[in-house]
Write a protein that binds this ligand. Structure first.
Ligand code: XMP
Length: 516
């Protein structure tokens, strides 16, 4: 693999993704990794990430400098570039001159790293300190108005560094820097792709599971759908999937799982109809946290009951269920203790969040993958686009998109409005521009309207389109006015009880993506 050394903040994950976009497998490791631990992982290359610290700060994250002497090609980025400069005998100056945002970079000596790039380009910078002198024997490749050494290289030692952030899309030739480093400087072939991942995972699942039986909870979302499809490809009908319909799903989702997904994969599916149970438990409740707790609790109850039934059935056959599939993704793994020095990140509980005293061994075929990779694998496995391309959808479902009490009538109304929004966004070709677009019913708010000949006193629907890379931060998406107009028109005409459509223009922070 290529190791991405995490110096904190959230740069490492983005770098790891970009390395994989160059068809090279990458793994994130903490900056406390020792040279011996690096050797044990037999990396083909190493990338040192940026980070929020200054190399001069007390307690600033350090690097075992022997890592730079292993003969493994290294690319240092931003803070990683400065750590390299310091370790190799160059100088880093506390200039007090901060460069932040798009900055003009002048390439003086492209070398391998900046080969094929224009002499003058814009790149994304975010730093206070600057490398003032490159280490002995290193070529200076580029500079900016306030940074004399913005990139350096030693082809002989295979050590490279850039002050800017090539992983950020605002750096015009960023991906080229990474590709030049990976393919040319380090000589790593571009041969990691979804086909290989599927073959590897199928082999790994077979090795883990053997002839054992496996159970999986499908949520309707991408992750559990792809995880189950991989396991099914590996062990066929040793797998049984459980789908809990809690009545808080969007329009058509149950059918898509029961028909389209099953047709595409051939998995055995048991659906549990639990709408009544969930709605009874939610009756009279409007506090968001209480709703979340109730939905989580009911989900676990329902799933455990279904599981107990299946386990009993399997045990009666003399062949107990020993494994449970989870759609855990790489960011969850990294964020739950993967990277020391990583800023603390809020984590979400899946409604499928399972009890501690698990009686199963977990099968987690997506543990090394990012979301976009999971989608690519799902497509390769032939899963329906309605599932593979699905926006993130919270475990508690529409239950946290009704501000106020959740009732069957309100759910129907919200489902209709949500279906219109999804259809119009897709028709306008905007699915790739938005990360997700929650549609929220303000059930506790009413306003006066006029529809047909009469006065109405109805509820508003909120549109919450957001753009994001990872849901940690988000901006509201500037949807075209004509698309907004069409959506507003259709909802107020087609959804009885709604007489107003409003647009949420808040970024995250301060607003979260969901309303509850
Ligand atoms: P917020 O509202 O915190 O949401 O900005 C960030 C992302 O997480 C999703 N979300 C959830 N996902 N269980 C989930 O699986 C939950 O309880 C949950 N709550 C929010 C939300 O849709 C967004 O993508």
């Amino acid at each position: 693999p290529v190791l991405v050394v995490d110096f904190g903040a959230q740069y490492a994950q983005l770098i790891a993704r970009r390395v994989r976009e160059a068809n090279v497998y990458s793994e994130i490791v903490p900056h406390t990794i020792t040279a011996a631990e690096v050797v044990a992982k037999r990396p083909a290359g190493i990338v040192l990430s940026g980070g929020p610290s200054s190399v001069y700060e007390e307690g600033a994250p350090q690097l075992d400098s022997e890592i730079l002497e292993l003969g493994v090609p290294v690319l240092g980025i931003c803070y990683g570039f400065q750590v390299m400069a310091t370790a190799l005998g160059g100088e880093v100056a506390h200039t007090g001159q901060r460069e932040y945002g798009s900055t003009d970079v002048t390439v003086s000596d492209a070398g391998i790293l900046l080969d094929g790039q224009p002499e003058s380009q814009t790149a994304w910078m975010s730093h206070g300190d600057s490398v003032s002198k490159a280490p002995e024997g290193f070529a200076v490749l580029a500079s900016t108005a306030s940074t004399p050494v913005a990139a350096f290289a030693s082809d002989e030692k295979k050590l490279y560094g850039v002050q800017w952030h090539p992983e950020v899309k605002h750096s015009a030739y960023g991906q080229r820097v990474l590709e030049n480093f990976l393919h040319r400087a380090a000589g790593i072939p571009a041969d990691w792709n979804s086909g290989n991942v599927i073959a590897d995972q199928v082999a790994a699942i077979r090795a883990q599971v053997g002839g054992g039986k496996v159970i999986c909870a499908l949520s309707g979302g991408v992750d559990s759908a792809v995880a189950a499809a991989l396991v099914h490809k590996a062990v066929g009908d040793q797998l049984v999937c459980v789908f809990v319909d809690h009545g808080l799903l969007r329009k058509d989702e149950r059918r898509q799982v029961e028909e389209d997904y099953v047709a595409a994969t051939g998995v055995r599916l048991v659906t549990i109809d639990a709408e009544r149970q969930f709605l009874d438990a939610l009756a009279g409740v409007s506090d968001p946290e209480t709703k979340r707790k109730i939905i989580g609790r009911e989900f676990i109850r329902t799933f455990e009951q279904a599981q107990a039934d299946l386990v009993a059935e399997a045990a009666a056959d003399g062949d107990p269920i020993r494994f449970l599939v989870q759609g855990t993704l790489y960011p969850d793994v990294v964020e739950s203790g993967g990277g020391t020095g990583t800023a603390n990140i809020k984590s979400h509980h899946n409604v499928g969040g399972l009890p501690e005293d698990l009686q199963f061994e977990l099968v987690e075929p997506l543990r090394t993958l990012f979301k976009d990779e999971v989608r690519a694998i799902g497509r390769e496995l032939g899963l329906p686009e309605v599932i593979v391309g699905r926006q993130p959808f919270p475990g508690p479902g529409l239950g946290i998109r009704i501000v106020g009490e959740v009732t069957s009538e309100r759910l129907d109304l919200l489902r209709d409005a949500d279906a219109i929004v999804r259809a119009e966004l897709t028709a306008a070709g905007l699915d790739n521009e938005i990360w997700q677009c929650p549609v929220v019913l303000l059930a506790d708010v009413r306003s006066v309207g006029v529809q047909g000949d009469g006065r109405t006193y109805g509820h508003p629907i909120v549109l919450r389109p957001v753009s994001s890379e990872d849901a940690m931060t988000a901006d509201w998406t500037r949807l075209p006015y004509d698309v907004l107009a069409k959506i507003s028109n259709r909802i107020t005409n087609e959804v009885a009880g709604v007489n107003r459509v409003v647009l949420d223009v808040t970024s995250k922070p301060p607003g979260t993506i969901e309303w509850e």
